[in-house]
Design a binder for this molecule. Structure first.
Ligand SMILES: [Zn+2]
Length: 306
């Protein structure tokens, strides 16, 4: 249904939508089956961490500004990069394990959270909110992934606004500040009014370059193979799509890190630049400054003071 460049094509389509220019991919086909999107039962994580334990630095993560886009590829200034992103949480039964694995390596990641997991005073939602606060406390970025994990392009204006604003309000209540990043469920962000709704609120939409397909392959080996394949197709790396709600994704994470360790050892041995873990703010680009050749610059509206 999609090829390895789909995320890039989709991001280009989003730019095209912003420009109100018809783009080759007219049909925003969902990227993943809805049944796997969220509320997946989580089992105990058993895979041992093979991480090298060292003190986890706490770099200051620069907040992203307005009117930017993150397609998912490494910037020219970084030969190889990896930016880990985790969608559909927070989930108190699985996300903490991800946080521990990342801390053990001093890696900062981004978590795109859905509002329905943190809305309520019962023990489940209260526990998830505590996890969200922990994500922020440990220095990771948090992004909006809508309330119900719905395809935004299909919604009427009121519902569209509610999906974004309700989630934002919950994030703000939990961590005391808003988020500036948004990942549209299924990567579907094509209609003009959806794009307008996202940018008018100051969000930077985030796509991905390496899809582990953990949403389609509910097995640890499947995620590992998916990551290997994605890295083969995008050898410079980029934004990696994972889900902290899937036990198989969490269990695969140490193996993914080990794959990168081995690749880096090989690259260094051959005098080549290794993969660097980066935060998403290393990957954004201002809209308009690098518009595809032959396309008019986007209208800079609702983008704040710039
Ligand atoms: Zn999602």
């Amino acid at each position: 249904m999609r090829d390895a460049r789909y995320s890039t094509a989709l991001a280009a389509a989003a730019v095209s939508a912003l420009l109100a220019i018809p783009f080759a991919r007219a049909n925003p086909a969902p990227l993943r089956p809805r049944a796997l999107a969220s509320a997946t039962p989580v089992r105990a994580v058993t895979a041992p961490a093979r991480a090298v334990v060292r003190a986890a630095p706490r770099p200051v993560v620069r907040e992203l500004g307005h009117g930017q886009l993150i397609e998912g590829r490494c910037p020219p200034s970084i030969p190889r990069c990896i930016a880990l992103t985790f969608d559909d949480g927070p989930e108190y039964r699985s996300t903490p394990r991800v946080l521990d694995l990342l801390d053990a390596r001093g890696i900062k990641a981004t978590f795109f959270v859905v509002g329905h997991r943190i809305d309520g005073d019962d023990p489940y939602h209260t526990a998830n909110r505590a996890v969200l606060r922990d994500i922020a406390r440990r220095g990771h970025l948090i992004g909006n992934h809508t309330f119900h994990h719905v395809e935004l392009d299909r919604l009427r204006d009121n519902a569209l606004a509610d999906e974004i604003d309700r989630t934002e309000s919950l994030i703000r209540q939990s961590i005391g500040r808003r988020s500036w990043l948004l990942r549209a469920p299924f990567g579907a962000l094509l209609r003009q009014r959806t794009v307008d709704a996202v940018f008018s609120r100051g969000y930077t939409p985030v796509y991905w370059e390496l899809d582990t397909r953990d949403w389609a392959t509910p097995s640890v080996q499947g995620v590992i193979d998916g990551f290997r394949q994605a890295l083969l197709e995008s050898p410079r790396g980029g934004v990696v799509l994972l889900h902290d709600t899937h036990w198989w994704s969490v269990a695969a994470l140490p193996h993914i890190l080990a794959i990168l360790d081995r690749r880096n050892a090989d690259l260094i041995a051959h005098g080549e630049a290794p993969y660097r873990f980066v935060n998403l703010d290393a990957l954004y680009r201002p809209l308009g400054d690098e518009a595809p050749r032959g396309m008019p610059l986007p209208r800079r509206r609702h983008h704040g003071a710039d």
